[in-house]
Write a protein that binds this ligand. Structure first.
Ligand SMILES: [Zn+2]
Length: 329
């Protein structure tokens, strides 16, 4: 159960900073954690919230880069900082890797403690709400579309669920890398918004047959890349929608994970299936740079106050949103 209540102030160690939260975006990970995941134990009481922007409240005296009062965005991934993976910039593959608000208390709070190496300067002129809205989903989308699938000019990318956080990010990242984008969305207003973000074609996934539309749009060729996070409801058509040499990248399975795959498609078409889960901080800094340059833009659906966190989670659960739902503190 999600409850709004008093909690003791977090006490940071000398490797950590204390951040006064100004905004915190919602992610599906908050819902997964609240509903429970197999083989994952989350000690209770737990504070959700992975995407934090705010103001530095306290840093240890030896911290040179940030001071009290600095406006920051917090990198959501937390690694050990010592292993070969962490030190080669792939902290997301660290054995101790976790995410703020998932493995440790997060930003649905007035104060949050974070490793001080996770502080990133907030892009100038960007609101706290916008700043909280992008790290997790844009990092995820960048890793999927660019690092994993290697999307470039000449590629056609199918983005499922354009209104989701990952969807709005994947459309923009794919367009930035000169791909043609086909997106799917659930109603006409969401379809218009997806076009506004740069999608070349939008399919209504409730009224139209996505696979048939993809074949029509691509002249039966199929797409080069599918950005998947839906899972069971779309998996089979996602595999079939791929052209020869196509790449399917998956970062979640919101409708279920027990899927069947016709392996003949995989070998006959020489398909590649990539799993993707977050990425390292190095890549997040690249993404922040693209926001600073104005090449990517935050997409905020709505804001709720911290007291209204349960209403906000309900909006996410019902898929009523387009873009990110953000709590203001
Ligand atoms: Zn590590």
């Amino acid at each position: 159960m999600l409850r709004y209540e008093e909690a003791p102030d977090p006490v940071p160690s000398c490797d950590e900073a204390l951040v006064r939260v100004r905004a915190c975006a919602l992610n599906h990970l908050d819902l997964w954690a609240r509903n429970g995941l197999p083989n994952v134990e989350i000690p209770l009481p737990h504070i959700s919230g992975c995407d934090v922007s705010g103001v530095v409240e306290w840093v240890p005296a030896e911290e040179k880069e940030f001071r009290k009062g600095d406006e920051v965005v917090v990198s959501p991934g937390i690694g050990c900082g010592r292993c070969d993976r962490c030190l080669s910039g792939k902290d997301d593959q660290c054995r101790q890797y976790t995410i703020l608000g998932y493995g440790v208390d997060g930003g649905f709070a007035e104060l949050v403690k974070v490793p001080r190496t996770n502080l990133i300067r907030k892009p100038e002129g960007m609101s706290f709400v916008d700043a909280a809205s992008f790290p997790l989903v844009f990092l995820t989308a960048y890793h999927m579309v660019v690092t994993k699938a290697g999307t470039g000019a000449g590629d056609t990318v199918l983005v499922l669920g354009a209104s989701s956080g990952v969807g709005v990010a994947a459309i923009q990242v794919a367009k930035l890398h000169n791909a043609q984008v086909i997106a799917t969305a659930g109603d006409s207003s969401k379809m218009e918004k997806a076009k506004g973000l740069g999608a070349d074609y939008v399919i209504d996934h409730y009224k139209q047959d996505v696979l048939a539309e993809v074949r029509r749009i691509t002249g039966k060729r199929g797409v080069d890349v599918v950005v998947e996070h839906v899972g069971k409801a779309t998996w089979e058509s996602s595999v079939k929608a791929l052209a020869k040499g196509g790449r399917l990248v998956l970062c979640g399975a919101t409708t279920g994970a027990d899927v069947t795959t016709d392996l003949r498609y995989v070998y006959n078409k020489e398909l590649t299936i990539y799993g993707s889960f977050m990425s390292g901080k190095g890549e997040l800094l690249k993404v922040v740079g693209l926001f600073r340059e104005g090449k990517l833009k935050p997409v905020v659906d709505s804001t709720f106050t911290l007291e209204q966190a349960a209403d906000a989670e309900m909006r996410l659960e019902k898929s009523a949103h387009f873009g990110k739902i953000v709590l203001t503190v």
